[in-house]
Write a protein that binds this ligand. Structure first.
Ligand code: ZN
Length: 196
């Protein structure tokens, strides 16, 4: 089932997620719904906050993007990044392993808004998977960028927070319009609720 997305201006996007401690049937269904939602909107990553729930769960699938390479190391051996797709990460932790590089990013919670963000080019990721098993890998390129973007979401951090001042200034008007529109829709919904 495709879930409604939350947009910039919705306070849920600023909530740090609670760690996930148990995989329930309900959570398994939620993970499936997150994949449906991400695919429908042609995203390569989606965090639980973006569908209205503040827990530390993200889904990732970089396979639709062919022109931005990724690297992967499993147990110190080079591996095909596609071999771990689609990826479910619970409670991910990141260790930077290389200097920051700047690259373009977008976000399903910011439709049509894109900007460059600097992030470590290579990272080590430790997390739990959808079977509650520990996973660990080293990744670079697009996958590293995506995991960092999504892990930020799980802590209430948005890609605009990491843009430099000039990039953010260029996007200021678009961000203001989106934030106001989101708040207006939420206020309308709250009013409709209180009328019932
Ligand atoms: Zn995002």
């Amino acid at each position: 089932m495709v879930l409604p997305l939350t947009y910039f201006g919705n306070p849920i996007l600023r909530h740090k997620g609670d760690p996930v401690s148990e995989i329930t049937p309900e959570l398994e269904q939620f993970i499936e719904d997150m994949f449906d939602t991400m695919e429908k909107h042609r995203g390569i990553g989606l965090a639980s906050q973006q569908v209205g729930r503040a827990i530390q769960l993200t889904v990732i699938d970089i396979r639709p993007v062919e022109d931005r390479p990724s690297t992967l190391e499993l147990d110190g051996e080079e591996a095909d990044p596609h071999s771990i797709m689609p990826l479910v990460l619970l409670n991910p932790e990141i260790e930077p392993l290389a200097a920051e590089v700047s690259g373009p990013e977008g976000c399903l919670s910011f439709p049509e808004i894109y900007g460059d963000v600097s992030r470590p080019e290579k990272i080590r990721v430790k997390a739990l998977n959808e079977r509650n098993e520990p996973v660990e890998f080293v990744c670079g390129g697009l996958l590293a960028r995506c995991v960092q973007h999504e892990t930020d979401h799980l802590h209430g951090i948005l890609f605009t927070d990491r843009m430099d001042r000039d990039t953010k200034a260029e996007l200021r008007d678009e961000l203001d319009v989106l934030q106001k529109a989101t708040k207006a829709i939420l206020a309308e919904a709250a009013e409709a609720d209180s009328d019932q």
